[in-house]
Design a protein around this ligand. Structure first.
Ligand SMILES: Nc1ncnc2c1ncn2[C@@H]1O[C@H](COP(=O)(O)OP(=O)(O)OP(=O)(O)O)[C@@H](O)[C@H]1O
Length: 257
Protein backbone atom coordinates (compact mmCIF):
# COMPACT_ATOMS: atom_id res chain seq x y z
CA UNK A 1 0.00 0.00 0.00
CA UNK A 2 1.16 3.51 -0.68
CA UNK A 3 2.44 5.34 2.35
CA UNK A 4 0.53 8.58 2.48
CA UNK A 5 2.54 10.09 5.33
CA UNK A 6 5.96 10.11 3.72
CA UNK A 7 7.97 9.01 0.75
CA UNK A 8 6.42 6.09 -1.11
CA UNK A 9 8.81 3.16 -1.27
CA UNK A 10 8.20 0.37 -3.75
CA UNK A 11 10.78 -1.85 -2.10
CA UNK A 12 12.51 -1.86 1.27
CA UNK A 13 15.09 -4.08 2.86
CA UNK A 14 15.22 -3.89 6.62
CA UNK A 15 18.40 -5.34 8.03
CA UNK A 16 18.67 -8.19 5.55
CA UNK A 17 21.54 -10.61 5.90
CA UNK A 18 22.69 -13.91 4.47
CA UNK A 19 24.95 -16.34 6.22
CA UNK A 20 26.75 -19.16 4.39
CA UNK A 21 28.18 -21.39 7.09
CA UNK A 22 29.86 -18.96 9.45
CA UNK A 23 30.40 -16.33 6.71
CA UNK A 24 28.04 -13.39 6.30
CA UNK A 25 27.91 -12.58 2.57
CA UNK A 26 25.39 -9.80 3.31
CA UNK A 27 24.93 -8.25 6.71
CA UNK A 28 22.36 -5.80 8.06
CA UNK A 29 21.59 -4.14 4.71
CA UNK A 30 18.91 -1.48 4.69
CA UNK A 31 17.51 -0.18 1.42
CA UNK A 32 14.63 2.14 0.65
CA UNK A 33 13.79 2.38 -3.00
CA UNK A 34 11.32 5.13 -3.90
CA UNK A 35 8.58 4.18 -6.31
CA UNK A 36 9.41 5.12 -9.90
CA UNK A 37 13.15 5.39 -9.33
CA UNK A 38 16.14 3.55 -10.76
CA UNK A 39 18.36 2.31 -7.97
CA UNK A 40 21.76 0.70 -8.50
CA UNK A 41 23.68 -1.68 -6.29
CA UNK A 42 27.39 -1.38 -6.87
CA UNK A 43 30.56 -2.43 -5.11
CA UNK A 44 33.83 -4.21 -5.70
CA UNK A 45 34.02 -7.93 -6.47
CA UNK A 46 32.65 -10.05 -3.68
CA UNK A 47 30.86 -7.09 -2.06
CA UNK A 48 27.59 -9.00 -1.85
CA UNK A 49 25.67 -7.44 -4.76
CA UNK A 50 24.47 -10.70 -6.28
CA UNK A 51 23.58 -12.17 -2.89
CA UNK A 52 21.66 -9.02 -2.05
CA UNK A 53 19.87 -9.15 -5.41
CA UNK A 54 18.96 -12.80 -4.82
CA UNK A 55 17.63 -11.96 -1.38
CA UNK A 56 15.47 -9.14 -2.75
CA UNK A 57 13.95 -11.42 -5.40
CA UNK A 58 13.58 -14.25 -2.85
CA UNK A 59 15.81 -16.50 -4.93
CA UNK A 60 17.67 -16.84 -1.63
CA UNK A 61 15.99 -16.93 1.74
CA UNK A 62 17.37 -14.21 4.05
CA UNK A 63 19.03 -15.31 7.32
CA UNK A 64 17.94 -12.05 8.93
CA UNK A 65 15.74 -9.07 8.21
CA UNK A 66 12.66 -8.27 6.21
CA UNK A 67 11.87 -7.39 2.63
CA UNK A 68 8.91 -5.13 2.10
CA UNK A 69 7.26 -4.84 -1.33
CA UNK A 70 4.59 -2.19 -1.67
CA UNK A 71 4.28 -2.12 2.12
CA UNK A 72 3.83 -5.90 2.37
CA UNK A 73 6.34 -8.14 4.12
CA UNK A 74 7.41 -10.66 1.47
CA UNK A 75 10.26 -12.18 3.51
CA UNK A 76 8.56 -15.58 3.71
CA UNK A 77 7.35 -15.75 0.09
CA UNK A 78 8.75 -17.66 -2.87
CA UNK A 79 9.98 -16.01 -6.09
CA UNK A 80 6.82 -17.03 -7.93
CA UNK A 81 4.64 -15.43 -5.23
CA UNK A 82 6.74 -12.30 -5.40
CA UNK A 83 6.28 -12.19 -9.19
CA UNK A 84 2.52 -12.32 -8.71
CA UNK A 85 2.88 -9.24 -6.54
CA UNK A 86 4.57 -7.34 -9.35
CA UNK A 87 8.29 -7.79 -8.72
CA UNK A 88 10.18 -9.66 -11.41
CA UNK A 89 13.85 -10.27 -12.01
CA UNK A 90 15.23 -10.31 -15.51
CA UNK A 91 15.49 -13.81 -16.86
CA UNK A 92 18.90 -15.15 -17.59
CA UNK A 93 19.68 -15.43 -21.28
CA UNK A 94 19.77 -19.19 -20.75
CA UNK A 95 16.04 -18.98 -19.99
CA UNK A 96 15.37 -17.85 -23.55
CA UNK A 97 14.24 -20.75 -25.71
CA UNK A 98 17.01 -20.77 -28.29
CA UNK A 99 15.16 -22.87 -30.88
CA UNK A 100 12.01 -20.78 -30.80
CA UNK A 101 11.50 -17.61 -32.76
CA UNK A 102 11.67 -14.22 -31.10
CA UNK A 103 7.89 -13.86 -31.31
CA UNK A 104 7.33 -17.33 -29.83
CA UNK A 105 9.59 -16.53 -26.89
CA UNK A 106 7.53 -13.47 -25.97
CA UNK A 107 4.29 -15.37 -26.55
CA UNK A 108 5.41 -18.07 -24.09
CA UNK A 109 6.24 -15.38 -21.53
CA UNK A 110 2.80 -13.81 -22.04
CA UNK A 111 1.12 -17.20 -21.73
CA UNK A 112 2.89 -17.88 -18.47
CA UNK A 113 1.96 -14.39 -17.25
CA UNK A 114 -1.64 -15.28 -17.93
CA UNK A 115 -1.30 -18.71 -16.31
CA UNK A 116 -1.84 -20.45 -19.62
CA UNK A 117 1.59 -21.95 -20.07
CA UNK A 118 0.34 -25.48 -20.47
CA UNK A 119 -2.96 -24.90 -22.15
CA UNK A 120 -1.88 -26.10 -25.55
CA UNK A 121 -5.38 -26.20 -26.93
CA UNK A 122 -5.99 -22.47 -26.59
CA UNK A 123 -8.30 -21.11 -29.26
CA UNK A 124 -6.48 -19.53 -32.17
CA UNK A 125 -8.16 -16.21 -31.38
CA UNK A 126 -6.52 -16.02 -27.96
CA UNK A 127 -3.14 -16.84 -29.49
CA UNK A 128 -3.67 -13.99 -31.96
CA UNK A 129 -4.43 -11.70 -29.02
CA UNK A 130 -1.15 -12.74 -27.44
CA UNK A 131 0.68 -12.16 -30.70
CA UNK A 132 -0.66 -8.62 -30.90
CA UNK A 133 0.69 -7.89 -27.43
CA UNK A 134 3.93 -9.76 -28.16
CA UNK A 135 4.49 -7.58 -31.23
CA UNK A 136 3.91 -4.44 -29.16
CA UNK A 137 6.54 -5.61 -26.68
CA UNK A 138 8.97 -6.46 -29.47
CA UNK A 139 8.45 -2.98 -30.92
CA UNK A 140 9.12 -1.50 -27.47
CA UNK A 141 12.48 -3.21 -27.24
CA UNK A 142 13.50 -2.58 -30.86
CA UNK A 143 13.01 -6.13 -32.12
CA UNK A 144 10.01 -5.56 -34.39
CA UNK A 145 12.03 -6.61 -37.43
CA UNK A 146 13.33 -9.77 -35.80
CA UNK A 147 10.13 -11.60 -34.84
CA UNK A 148 10.71 -14.56 -37.15
CA UNK A 149 14.40 -14.92 -36.28
CA UNK A 150 15.44 -17.84 -34.13
CA UNK A 151 16.43 -16.58 -30.68
CA UNK A 152 19.72 -18.47 -30.98
CA UNK A 153 20.65 -16.38 -34.03
CA UNK A 154 20.29 -12.99 -32.32
CA UNK A 155 23.32 -10.92 -31.40
CA UNK A 156 24.18 -10.76 -27.73
CA UNK A 157 22.67 -7.29 -27.35
CA UNK A 158 19.46 -8.37 -29.06
CA UNK A 159 19.23 -11.42 -26.81
CA UNK A 160 19.29 -9.06 -23.86
CA UNK A 161 16.56 -6.96 -25.48
CA UNK A 162 14.51 -10.14 -25.95
CA UNK A 163 15.13 -11.03 -22.33
CA UNK A 164 13.78 -7.61 -21.34
CA UNK A 165 10.73 -8.14 -23.58
CA UNK A 166 9.99 -11.47 -21.86
CA UNK A 167 10.34 -9.76 -18.48
CA UNK A 168 8.04 -6.93 -19.59
CA UNK A 169 5.50 -9.56 -20.61
CA UNK A 170 4.87 -10.06 -16.90
CA UNK A 171 4.15 -6.31 -16.63
CA UNK A 172 6.26 -5.85 -13.50
CA UNK A 173 5.90 -2.79 -11.31
CA UNK A 174 9.31 -3.51 -9.85
CA UNK A 175 11.94 -4.91 -12.17
CA UNK A 176 15.32 -6.20 -11.03
CA UNK A 177 18.07 -6.37 -13.61
CA UNK A 178 21.20 -8.37 -12.89
CA UNK A 179 24.17 -6.96 -14.77
CA UNK A 180 22.24 -6.15 -17.95
CA UNK A 181 25.36 -5.06 -19.85
CA UNK A 182 27.61 -7.88 -18.68
CA UNK A 183 29.70 -9.27 -21.51
CA UNK A 184 28.52 -6.65 -24.00
CA UNK A 185 30.61 -4.72 -26.46
CA UNK A 186 30.35 -0.95 -26.66
CA UNK A 187 27.98 -1.12 -29.62
CA UNK A 188 25.36 -2.89 -27.51
CA UNK A 189 25.79 -1.02 -24.22
CA UNK A 190 24.31 2.30 -25.35
CA UNK A 191 21.11 0.81 -26.88
CA UNK A 192 20.50 -1.39 -23.82
CA UNK A 193 21.04 1.60 -21.51
CA UNK A 194 18.50 3.61 -23.51
CA UNK A 195 16.11 0.65 -23.46
CA UNK A 196 16.32 0.36 -19.67
CA UNK A 197 15.64 4.09 -19.39
CA UNK A 198 12.61 3.68 -21.67
CA UNK A 199 11.11 0.70 -19.84
CA UNK A 200 11.66 2.40 -16.48
CA UNK A 201 8.75 4.75 -17.21
CA UNK A 202 6.07 4.02 -14.62
CA UNK A 203 8.23 1.36 -12.96
CA UNK A 204 10.77 0.94 -10.21
CA UNK A 205 14.06 -0.58 -11.29
CA UNK A 206 16.82 -2.12 -9.22
CA UNK A 207 19.98 -2.83 -11.13
CA UNK A 208 23.21 -4.58 -10.26
CA UNK A 209 25.77 -3.28 -12.69
CA UNK A 210 29.53 -3.23 -12.92
CA UNK A 211 29.73 -0.64 -15.68
CA UNK A 212 29.88 2.63 -13.78
CA UNK A 213 29.18 4.66 -16.89
CA UNK A 214 25.83 2.85 -17.24
CA UNK A 215 25.21 3.34 -13.52
CA UNK A 216 25.87 7.07 -13.76
CA UNK A 217 23.59 7.42 -16.79
CA UNK A 218 20.64 5.53 -15.33
CA UNK A 219 20.59 5.71 -11.56
CA UNK A 220 18.64 8.10 -9.39
CA UNK A 221 20.39 6.71 -6.34
CA UNK A 222 23.13 4.20 -5.70
CA UNK A 223 23.90 1.93 -2.79
CA UNK A 224 27.55 0.98 -2.49
CA UNK A 225 28.20 -2.36 -0.86
CA UNK A 226 31.49 -3.47 0.58
CA UNK A 227 32.17 -6.72 2.41
CA UNK A 228 28.46 -7.43 2.56
CA UNK A 229 27.50 -4.14 4.18
CA UNK A 230 26.29 -0.75 2.98
CA UNK A 231 29.25 1.58 2.64
CA UNK A 232 27.13 4.54 1.57
CA UNK A 233 24.12 5.59 -0.45
CA UNK A 234 23.69 8.64 -2.61
CA UNK A 235 23.54 10.06 -6.10
CA UNK A 236 26.30 9.21 -8.58
CA UNK A 237 28.16 12.51 -7.99
CA UNK A 238 27.96 11.89 -4.23
CA UNK A 239 29.18 8.30 -4.25
CA UNK A 240 31.84 8.80 -6.90
CA UNK A 241 33.37 11.66 -4.89
CA UNK A 242 33.34 9.77 -1.59
CA UNK A 243 36.77 8.78 -0.37
CA UNK A 244 35.54 5.57 1.22
CA UNK A 245 34.05 4.49 -2.11
CA UNK A 246 37.20 5.43 -4.00
CA UNK A 247 39.27 3.45 -1.48
CA UNK A 248 36.93 0.44 -1.75
CA UNK A 249 37.31 0.45 -5.51
CA UNK A 250 41.03 1.13 -5.49
CA UNK A 251 42.61 -1.41 -7.76
CA UNK A 252 39.26 -3.01 -8.41
CA UNK A 253 37.31 -0.71 -10.71
CA UNK A 254 35.99 -2.57 -13.70
CA UNK A 255 34.74 -0.93 -16.84
CA UNK A 256 34.79 2.51 -15.29
CA UNK A 257 34.95 4.49 -18.50
N1 LIG B 1 26.44 -19.93 -1.95
C1 LIG B 1 27.51 -19.38 -1.35
N2 LIG B 1 28.22 -20.05 -0.43
C2 LIG B 1 29.29 -19.50 0.15
N3 LIG B 1 29.74 -18.24 -0.08
C3 LIG B 1 29.06 -17.52 -0.99
C4 LIG B 1 27.92 -18.04 -1.68
N4 LIG B 1 27.46 -17.08 -2.52
C5 LIG B 1 28.29 -16.03 -2.37
N5 LIG B 1 29.25 -16.29 -1.46
C6 LIG B 1 30.31 -15.39 -1.02
O1 LIG B 1 29.69 -14.19 -0.60
C7 LIG B 1 30.48 -13.06 -0.97
C8 LIG B 1 29.62 -12.10 -1.80
O2 LIG B 1 29.36 -12.72 -3.06
P1 LIG B 1 28.47 -12.02 -4.17
O3 LIG B 1 28.49 -12.91 -5.35
O4 LIG B 1 27.17 -11.65 -3.58
O5 LIG B 1 29.29 -10.70 -4.45
P2 LIG B 1 29.21 -9.71 -5.69
O6 LIG B 1 29.32 -8.33 -5.14
O7 LIG B 1 28.02 -10.00 -6.51
O8 LIG B 1 30.51 -10.10 -6.47
P3 LIG B 1 30.90 -10.00 -8.04
O9 LIG B 1 30.99 -8.54 -8.35
O10 LIG B 1 32.22 -10.66 -8.08
O11 LIG B 1 29.83 -10.72 -8.79
C9 LIG B 1 31.69 -13.58 -1.73
O12 LIG B 1 32.77 -13.68 -0.81
C10 LIG B 1 31.24 -14.97 -2.16
O13 LIG B 1 32.35 -15.84 -2.26
Amino acid sequence: MANTTGPDYALEARGIGKQFGSFWAVKDVHLRIPRGSIHALIGPNGAGKTTCFNLLTKTLQPSTGQIILNGEDISGLRTSDVAKRGMVRSFQISAIFADMTVLENVRVALQSAHGRAFRFLSPISSIRGLDTRARELLADVGLADAETAKAADLSYGKKRALEIATTLALDPQVMLLDEPTAGMGHEDIEPITQLIRKVSAGRTIVIVEHNLSVVSTLSDRITVLQAGQVLMEGTYPEVSADERVIAAYMGGVEDAH
